[in-house]
Write a protein that binds this ligand. Sequence first.
Ligand code: NDP
Length: 413
Amino acid sequence: MMPMAQALSVDGIETLNTAVAPGERRLAILGATGTIGRNTIDVISCFPDRFPVEVVTANRNAAQLAKLARAVGAKRAIVADDAAYAALKSYLAGSGIVPEAGAAAMCDAISAPVDTVMAGIVGTAGLETAYRAASSGMTLALANKECLVAAAPLFRAAAERSGASIVPIDSEHSAVFQALARAEPEMVESVTLTASGGPFRTWSRAQMATVTPRMAVQHPNWSMGAKISVDSATLMNKGLELIEAAALFPFAADRLSVLIHPQSIVHGLVGYRDGSVIAQLSAPDMRIPIAVGLAWPNRLDLPSKRLDLSDLARLDFDEPDRERFPALRLAESALAQGPLHCLVLNAANEVAVDHFLRAKLPFLKIAEVVAEVLERFDSGASIKDLSTISDVLNTDENVRKLAGDVCRRFLGA
Ligand code: NDP
């Protein structure tokens, strides 16, 4: 039987099945101050000899970054925002940890002796560093789904050239990976990603019209950063994850689907041609997929939340409602149309979510902004060539400008 890694590498991306050798991994933790970053530090703190940390990064939260850098004994700490450099330097005084700042320093950090990069920056702000890891033959532990949504073909090509492994950290993709085990792709009939449905799963559109940022970031099962929490509430997160799954696994969109599963216990399912379905279950605890990603094919002895099935009265599954949650439909349609539409969807969504979080756009308008930007970008003159990372970044910037205009118009400004 051909191992899945081989099959996947034909598609450009080698995922977890590419054996991550047991033993030491030298880490760069990008977005160390965020939810993924802090969960990663939680995991590796249990195994300090196995995961020495070379670099930690943040955007501008210098105080927290310095604290984490000291805790893990990092060699370098980098803030993306130059304005935060002075604070970082003073917080690190006497530690021996080198403070740095700026985009170039962030990219330079992705170099030897680092061999594994935890990509936990939110949004396309993390694209260049993740791409550098994919181009440098490293193991890219990818939480930052937006960069794969925006530039999957480039990541695939870069990983193929460099021999990099792209390891999914998203719990659903980690679940699918684990359920795929060593299957031949031809034997797989369906891949299902589950979605909790978010805090407004049962709400009407009229009720959702009253949603505030504070309400949207309260996820029922997971504790996550603000942007992904809003994406979960609109179901755009599941749409981005479908696009991510199409990039990571060798299955066309017609074999990928989404099921609402409010308990967030079953994270992903793989249906085989003989009628078997293999699912991965765990408590909703991001430390578990992070540990899987860092240790595969081994398992870490992790003090994570344990699943007690006898405690669970039931597990529910349902079809998503694309009328109440149109963002999912938009993402499915972008996936069908190709990489440019995925990029546009992602950038427009980032801008709309940012406006919503700053109380400058109503919740229900997020999907409307994305729909309008997709439509206008489709019919207008646009850059269609996405063959380099600069093409992607330029197009991303153009979409952001358009999305900003659309948001302002929705506000009547
Ligand atoms: P958070 O908002 O909690 O953290 C974001 C991190 O990125 C922070 O360290 C932040 O630094 C840094 N950052 C923000 N903007 C920039 C920038 N312009 N340049 C450099 N660094 C920046 O996000 P999450 O941890 O929740 O999510 C991170 C990624 O992981 C997202 O793509 C998300 O979709 C994905 N993901 C998250 C999951 C979760 O459970 N949280 C689950 C699966 C995937 P600072 O603190 O200085 O602002």
